[in-house]
Design a protein around this ligand. Structure first.
Ligand SMILES: [Zn+2]
Length: 563
């Protein structure tokens, strides 16, 4: 195998941070670009002990504040896991990776393997921490981590009567697969068939908290694949399709939770678990969902990343044990929205003890993980076959894949070794409108299950695929059944939203059930951090090639096989 050394060896050490005043020249879509930007937040936001702040308050000046119980094991674990994933994606080690790991493990009880008693949202938080441990073990193969994973699987059944009991299914399945540990599998099965969303085999409807429930479903899908339970997998797929029918889900506006008031917001953590479920299904028998993953990633996930924190006013007060006011807006650049609207970084002003929460920083680690999950599967090489599942740039030891969407309908595959090649036809293209050429002569194309089957190809071959990228508009309405509806004209160019135009009445306030009063909301043109400022994407130009880093094949919990 030949890896293009120049690209692989150049770690993505100094990706530029954009400010609102700058417009980047058009570049190909590389996951490495977005994850590279997140290092600013991972390295500069935490306090001097390496402890991340859970809350960012929209005060004057903006305040980063610890939140007691939740920001300790939960945030340290998420950022530890995200740092490990980011290192595999970019080749660069986050300066806080070690301290995040130490801090995360400080909150784990070595006797039980569970997070320490008294932690807020105990079982939920444990599921986050144990998932990070499985990622860290897949990375380091440290036997002490494996010991903790086994102990946790032994002791989790003691938490069965507690809230959030079904959350650990996915981390138990990671443990069952990595450690080949039967008690982890057994307890995952008990949770799947208990009172989880799939416990009643007749349920086909999605509901509840997006982050929590998508996480349960991603775990249940893993269990169904392990057990070869096709009926269970089909049920999970039906619930997935129901979630996809929610307004805005097509471009990744996945509401945080079902609520009856005027307010809807998109939490990046929910987007992450959605990507995990969709990717698991698409990799394992439901390839029709690749288009969903591609649209969610290209649109709301990208827009949820902070590129301009200037709406958070800077301060220079010295830090206290619990809070920091130093340049919080610029330290948040690279982080991710906790409650975005289709047009703004923050959807509404809901307060915590009189202060508006601008961000909840569970979403920083989750945003990075969402990009990682999609990156692993964008193109895959397995058993002598290269599958280009999504039209994103991807560097593998066997091939370099480049795509010019949304600027042009162009994808190239440069092969370093002989293999069969298949390329998914984007959802917006008819296969007959796709043209394929090669520097090694004519390519015979067959279309099967939504893929162009290009047959055996040679090392040194460069295949080029071109297709039209039509611009289309649709109108959607988002909101809650008993509340306001917010209307948008969504302009698509291929799978990319290039314009999000609020239409109809633009409400300035909406009723918050949580606060029992009207609060400011940002679903129209006015508000903090306008999203979808993408007019340049309408241009028909050739983008510059973004810097890539080769996938080394490590840490993959979403391409699953039965045992
Ligand atoms: Zn979150």
């Amino acid at each position: 195998m030949k890896i293009p050394t120049l690209i692989v060896l150049s770690a993505l050490a100094s990706l530029p941070l954009l400010t609102h005043a700058e417009t980047a020249p058009p570049q190909t879509f590389a996951f490495e670009t977005y994850v590279g930007r997140a290092y600013n937040c991972l390295e500069n936001l935490p306090d001097k002990e390496g402890m991340p702040y859970f809350n960012i308050f929209w005060t004057d000046p903006a305040e980063a504040g610890h939140a007691g119980g939740i920001d300790s094991p939960d945030l340290c674990s998420r950022m530890w896991e995200a740092s490990i994933m980011a290192r595999h994606m970019t080749g660069r080690t986050c300066s806080n990776e070690t301290i995040f790991g130490k801090n995360a493990l400080r909150f784990m009880d070595p006797a039980t393997g569970l997070v320490v008693p008294g932690t807020a949202f105990f079982v939920f938080t444990h599921s986050i921490a144990m998932h990070a441990e499985t990622t860290a073990y897949a990375d380091s193969k440290d036997p002490a981590l494996l010991d903790m994973i086994r102990k946790a699987a032994d002791n989790l059944p003691t938490t069965y009567d507690m809230a959030w009991r079904s959350e650990p299914i996915k981390c138990l399945m990671n443990g069952a697969r990595l450690a080949n540990y039967q008690p982890a599998l057994d307890y995952a099965g008990k949770l799947v068939h208990g009172d989880s969303m799939v416990g009643n085999p007749n349920n086909k409807k999605f509901g509840g908290h997006m982050h929590a429930q998508m996480r349960v479903l991603a775990g249940a899908a893993d269990y169904a694949l392990y057990m070869k339970d096709i009926a269970l997998l089909d049920q999970i797929n039906a619930i997935y399709l129901n979630a996809m029918s929610l307004p805005g889900a097509r471009f990744g506006f996945l509401r945080e939770t079902s609520r009856d008031d005027d307010l809807v917001g998109c939490e990046t953590c929910g987007v992450m678990d959605f990507v995990a479920l969709a990717t698991t299904l698409a990799n394992n028998g439901y390839p029709e969902h690749w288009g969903d993953v591609e649209r969610v990633v290209r649109n709301q996930l990208v827009e949820n990343q902070v590129v301009d924190g200037s709406w958070l006013k800077p301060g220079d007060k010295p830090d206290t044990a619990n809070a920091s006011w130093r340049n919080v807006g610029s330290r948040m650049v690279g982080g991710f929205a906790g409650w975005s609207s289709p047009t703004h970084m923050l959807a509404y002003r809901e307060d915590d003890h009189g202060r508006t929460r601008a961000f909840q920083n569970c979403c920083i680690g989750s945003g990075i993980q969402a990009f990682y999950i999609a990156w692993k599967s964008a193109s895959r090489f397995e058993n002598g076959v290269l599958s280009v599942n999504m039209h994103f740039d991807k560097l593998l030891p066997q091939a370099e894949i480049r795509c010019y969407q949304p600027y042009k309908g162009y994808l190239s595959v440069a092969l370093n070794e002989a293999c069969k090649v298949r390329v998914r036809v984007p959802d917006f293209v008819d296969a007959k409108d796709v043209k394929v050429s090669s520097n090694k002569g004519e390519v015979k194309v067959a279309v099967e299950n939504g893929y162009l089957e290009l047959g055996p190809r040679q090392a040194g071959e460069k295949i080029e695929v071109t297709y039209p990228v039509p611009v289309k508009e649709e109108e959607i309405a988002s909101g809650n059944p008993k509340g306001h509806q917010y209307h948008y004209r969504v302009t698509w160019k291929g799978d990319t939203v290039v314009r999000m135009t609020p239409i109809g009445e633009q409400y300035k306030t909406g009723y918050s059930e949580g606060m029992k009063k009207d609060v400011d909301c940002f679903y129209g043109e006015e508000g903090p951090g306008r999203l979808y400022q993408r007019e340049e994407m309408l241009k028909d130009v050739t983008p510059a090639l973004a810097q890539l880093h080769a996938d080394d094949g490590a840490i993959d919990f979403w391409q699953l096989h039965a045992k």
